[in-house]
Design a protein around this ligand. Sequence first.
Ligand SMILES: [Zn+2]
Length: 201
Amino acid sequence: MAKQEENSSNDSQKIQRRHVLPGDCLAAQEEFEAGAGAVIYGGNVVASRVGEVSPDMAARTMTVKPSRQDLAKLPETGDYIVGTVQSAASSIAQVKIEAINDIPSSKELSGMLSMRDDRRRRSSSPIKPGDVIRAKVISTTNAIYHLSLDDSHCGVLYTVCSFCGGRVVALGHGAVKCAECGMADDRMLSEDFIQYSRSVR
Ligand SMILES: [Zn+2]
């Protein structure tokens, strides 16, 4: 009995189910929309991560799915992770690692984020529980994933107002201001957040 995967594949799927790298062209923009793992660039649908192309012919969407190997990858020194802050004190935070180098992780690992007061003096934590952050893996000693925000790609990617839960906009690099209640609060923001914040203002 053949495996189910083999049963479901046909010739056209074999052609399209190929491994791609970020930047590889998947289809013309007129033919397909960009799904997860793909972006529109220069009139084409282009892969934005390493993986396997998975076209949805009915929805006309090109998706790039991470391979099973990538999903099971462990963080290594130099990798960038995306995760949710679970608890935070002024200089240390626990982070649930959800993606490694923008590929979703199936491992449910935790990281330990140390925050030196590099960018400026502060009294409260520059990240809050529930924030989504990008951080760099700086060490994996003793199987503890030590994380740092000390890189321009790193910092808060998504957050809401700590006082009312409202939408916030960047106030420089180290603070946000609530669009609902007007309160300002410390946040160590990523460049992505700052750019996005400018684009919606
Ligand atoms: Zn607010």
